[in-house]
Design a protein around this ligand. Sequence first.
Ligand SMILES: NC(=O)c1ccc[n+]([C@@H]2O[C@H](COP(=O)([O-])OP(=O)(O)OC[C@H]3O[C@@H](n4cnc5c(N)ncnc54)[C@H](OP(=O)(O)O)[C@@H]3O)[C@@H](O)[C@H]2O)c1
Length: 165
Amino acid sequence: MNAIVVVDQNWAIGCNGDLLFSLPTDMKRFRSLTIGGTVILGRKTLDSFPGGRPLPKRRNIVITRNVDFDREGCEIAGSLQAALELAADTEDGKLWVIGGGSVYAALLSRCKRVYLTKVDAVAEGADTFFPNLDKLPGWKVEATSEPVEENGVTYRFVDYINTKL
Ligand SMILES: NC(=O)c1ccc[n+]([C@@H]2O[C@H](COP(=O)([O-])OP(=O)(O)OC[C@H]3O[C@@H](n4cnc5c(N)ncnc54)[C@H](OP(=O)(O)O)[C@@H]3O)[C@@H](O)[C@H]2O)c1
């Protein structure tokens, strides 16, 4: 499986339950990579989506400790292991960890690649972070895109590979 994430220069990913940046080209890429696949996400990330609704055209596996949790269009997992069991029939390249911070941290070591969008800015007040892959053993940059300029920020798509898997 793979992870996909947007980080700032400090590897921050969120603030007050929301994203740090609005990046239409990145969103388009996110959709084209994940559509038709299965996404694994934490309950707080689901709640951050418009109307708290799952992502269309994808299987949404939501992790929560709340045994009563129910949301139309979502498959609910009570643990990381339960999420992985639900996703077991998904082809490896079509299984995506899409956040947030707690789910990335927990599943990162099982990801073969991280499709990272690196924004050339520091977001004020960020409260959720992604592990710094440049400091984690086993992670190498596989490809870096040309810069994209949008909404007043510059960013690049940086693909990392987990050489331990
Ligand atoms: N920049 C990006 O690419 C990106 C992507 C996604 C999200 N985000 C941001 O990340 C932030 C949310 O991240 P977060 O870490 O606060 O929340 P999260 O990972 O989205 O969700 C956390 C929730 O998931 C459930 N959970 C996590 N681990 C579990 C486990 N082992 N077993 C059972 N349930 C588990 C719990 O739900 P219950 O409380 O229901 O038990 C927990 O409260 C937001 O700001 C969001 O916008 C950024």
